[in-house]
Each structure stands twice: as C-alpha cells, then as structure tokens.
Design a protein around this ligand. Structure first.
Ligand SMILES: C[S@@+](CC[C@H](N)C(=O)[O-])C[C@H]1O[C@@H](n2cnc3c(N)ncnc32)[C@H](O)[C@@H]1O
Length: 449
C-alpha cells in the first residue's frame, strides 16, 4: 500500500540533535538575530527542525520551530542577569514559548493557522484562480461526470469553499454540458468577500445558473427541504485550507505518538505589526496589506504527546499506522464529519460528494519547506507565496484520504480515491495536454453504499 512505501523513506533519515543542556549565552542569540536581519532574512528561527520528528524533546513536549525576536533577547538577558550565568538551550526555549508578546493568541493550538487563512482569503480571494478552477480538461470532465451520473434534466450542485473565481469553473462546465441538461449551482464560502459578485454569474449557454451564499465550513450543515437537496457536493482545495474541529497533524516517532500544535507570531520590528496582529485577532483595521506582508507571520510548532482517547478517531489512526515506527500526516476529521452531515441533511440518496483537495506523496507529510524553496504543487499557488505559511501544515497525502475513506466505508459509504488525472481520463474527452496535476493530486468520491 501507498503509505507503507512512504514509511520506508523515513527509516533512512538520521538527524543529530543539539543537546538541550548546551549553553546559549545571550551574546550568541543576539548576534544570530542581528546577523540574520543584516542578511535580510525574514525568518528568525531559534530552533527549526525538518523533518518534524527531529525535534528537541523536553520530557513533556518537544519543540520543532521556535522564533527568535528582540523580546526574547531581552527576556534571556534579564534571566541571565538574575541567574548570573548563561542559559542552556532548554531554558532559552522555555522562555521563547512563554514569550507571547507578538503572538496572535498566547497558546498553541491545532487550528491556529485559520486566523491567517481567513485574513488572507478575505482580502485576496479574487486574485488567483487555482488549477482546480482553471483547468479546462478538469471542468470538461466535471461536465461529463454530471452527464454520466445523473439522468435528470436539472442537477443541483453545492460547492464548498468555492472562492471568488468559482464562476470560471462553471462557465467552462456550461460550455460543455450536453443540450437539455441544466445545472443549478449554489457556490458557498465563508464571507461575501470570498464569493463571486452577482454580475459575474452570467453563463453563455445558459445551462448553468448560479447563486452564491455564505457557508462557513466550521459550522455544521443544516437540514434542507427534500426538494432543495443537492445531487453533487463539490469541494476543491477546501478541506486542506480550513482547520476544522478534529483536524490534526500527528507524528509517530520511535513508536510514540505526538500531536503537532501551532502558534502564529508576527515579526516584532515590522512597521505594520500592530495592525496585522489586530486583524489576525479578528479586529477591523483600515491598513492595507500586500501579499508580501503575509510573510511577516511565522508559525511556531511544538509536539505534545498524543493518546488514542485524545481523539474521536484516535484508535482507528493508531491501528492504521501500527506497523510504522515513524509517520507524519494530517488527519482529515473535518472531511469525515461534513461528508456524513451532507448525506444526512443536504444530499439526495443518490448524491455524490466530490473532494478535489490538494494531496502530496511527499513522505515528509506534506510539509512545505519553510524557506519556500521546495515549491508549491501548482502554478497558482506558487504565485500566492503567502499561502506557504498555512500550507506549512495543510497538505493531505493519499494515505490520509485512504484512512478517511476506510472510516467512511465503515460508516456506510462507498468511497473511491483516484488521481485527478484519472478522473479526467474517465470523464473527459481528452487527457490534459500539459499535465497540470501529476501524481500528487487526488480526488475522493463518496456515495452512499
Ligand atoms: C485554496 S482556496 C480554494 C478555492 C477554490 N475552491 C479553488 O479550488 O480554487 C480555499 C478557499 O477556502 C475558503 N475558506 C477559508 N476558510 C473557510 C471557512 N472557514 N469556511 C469556508 N470556506 C473557507 C477561502 O475563502 C478560499 O476560497
């Protein structure tokens, strides 16, 4: 199976860790910080480990990425003055974790990246068209899929986390539907800013009609009347951009389980720091932000021990990975919950839930290199450099889809996990001339069993 092959890569990794008892005099920390700033580096990690399992363990937790700033330097200096000796690495890291001065929230959490995500999309939603929305072969295949799967004249579709440019997808579907077929689309996203404008909802052939409404993926799906139920629920690059309750990143190392938690920290010397902190905390501010501004936010990461009873699907997860001594992955609890709710409250009995989310085959568990050098999975995302920040932890691997699929199957669903390219080949009239998806993009297709 896919995930077993991936695990074997881990076994070849060996990393030497610094000893937490190493002394780190304030002069060294100060010098490091200044040197990095002189070199124009925007990231100031005191501690940064990739891959994830190479983290310094301190008994009750492990630190993976901790950020260095002026506030920390003055705290360390003060501590050294009181103690009259340099601190060791563990003491410095504990002070760094207690340094909440420029953090969006003081604590570490699984869903901290949502704060960044909302602000980013709330301001930039119309500026890019992802490959999932922009790919003509994929939209043709969607038209073919709708035609092949549903006999009725009018098909109702609800799209989740659709984004402001979703009308482009449906314009293409509109051009490719066979005569006589009508598709009514309800495009949803978390705010009116992230949905198309009413004047954009024009479709040449007139076979597609669209309305837009606000639906936040963090909310449960409410029951709709039977005549308003949908035939298709569609989500592309959606569940990997939104941290829902139960979505977690887990690490298994030396047969021990850890959960990764995050905290957002804004660069302390950046002139827009206060405004950016305010907006990330959900306050309204008048300042404009550029895309580059989003690079002024760092994601700090720690690992805490994870036990099976800590999570609704903890036992399934641990059983699934029992033969791996090392693993790192995101578990998509939100997909499972929303799929179940959709079939209970909003989809017809013959309805289909299609999830075209990013996935990766990367054995590092989908972590993006924090320097951004590793590249994003597609052009559109590469242009949106800021996305690197929350993609830090957002990718799903096929094995994550497979585990979610297994759980959904046990709950009475029929699930296929297929390459997006195969979905196109099966439903479209052409294989993409330029391979836009490759081996990293997967689709999950769910029906009632
Ligand atoms: C990567 S974009 C994908 C957009 C589009 N579906 C596509 O495939 O290009 C992620 C989308 O998630 C939306 N989003 C972010 N947080 C959300 C939430 N809590 N509920 C619903 N949508 C959300 C964003 O506004 C954005 O449109």
């Amino acid at each position: 199976m896919q995930y077993e092959r991936e695990f074997s890569n881990w076994d070849r990794l060996s990393v030497s860790l610094p000893d937490p008892r190493t002394l780190v005099p304030i002069s060294v920390i100060e010098q490091t910080l200044n040197q990095m700033r002189d070199e124009g580096q925007s990231r100031y990690p005191l501690l940064e480990f990739y891959p994830t399992m190479a983290a310094i363990r301190f008994g009750d937790f492990a630190a993976e990425q901790v950020i260095l700033d002026d506030e920390l330097v003055s705290r360390v200096a003060e501590e050294e003055r009181v103690m009259r000796r340099p601190l060791n690495l563990e003491q410095v890291i504990r002070l760094a974790l207690a340094n909440t001065a420029n953090c969006v929230r003081p604590g570490f959490s699984a869903d901290a990246l949502n704060d960044l995500n909302r602000v980013f999309y709330g301001r930039n939603s119309d500026e890019f068209t992802s490959v999932m929305v922009g790919s003509i072969p994929l939209q043709k295949a969607l038209a073919g899929f709708i035609e092949a799967e549903f006999e009725g004249k009018t098909i109702r579709v609800k799209e989740l986390a659709a984004g402001a440019n979703v009308y482009k997808r449906w314009q293409e579907v509109d051009r490719n539907l066979p005569a006589g077929k009508q598709v009514e689309v309800v495009a949803t996203d978390f705010s009116t800013n992230t949905l198309p404008n009413p004047e954009q909802l024009q479709f040449e052939a007139g076979q597609v009609s669209m309305t837009a409404e606000v639906y936040d993926l963090s909310e449960s799906m409410q029951p709709v009347d039977s005549q308003d139920r949908f035939d298709v629920m569609l989500a592309s690059f959606a569940f990997d951009s939104v941290w829902q309750s139960g979505d977690i990143t887990l690490v298994k190392f030396n047969d021990k389980w850890y959960q990764e938690l995050y905290r957002l920290r804004v660069h302390d010397r950046w002139p827009k720091r206060d405004e950016f902190l305010a907006v990330l905390r959900g306050e309204s501010v008048t300042v404009d932000f550029e895309r580059e501004d989003f690079h002024r936010v760092e994601v700090e990461r720690i690992l805490v021990p994870f036990k099976p009873d800590d999570h609704q699907f903890g036992r399934d997860i641990i059983e699934h990975y029992r033969r791996a001594s090392v693993a790192r992955f995101n578990f998509p609890a939100g997909i499972i919950r929303r799929v179940e709710e959709a079939f209970e409250h909003q989809l017809t009995d013959s309805g289909i839930f299609v999830i075209l989310d990013c996935a990766t085959n990367d054995p590092w568990g989908g972590m993006i290199d924090p320097t951004g050098q590793k590249g994003a999975p597609n052009e559109a995302f590469e242009k949106v450099g800021a996305l690197d920040r929350f993609k830090d932890a957002a990718y799903y691997k096929p094995e994550n889809f497979n585990l979610a699929a297994k759980i959904l199957q046990e709950h009475g669903f029929r699930v296929e996990v297929v390459l997006v390219n195969d979905f196109i080949a099966q439903n479209g009239d052409e294989y993409p001339e330029v391979d836009q998806f490759g081996p990293n993009n997967w689709a999950m297709i769910v029906r009632k069993a």
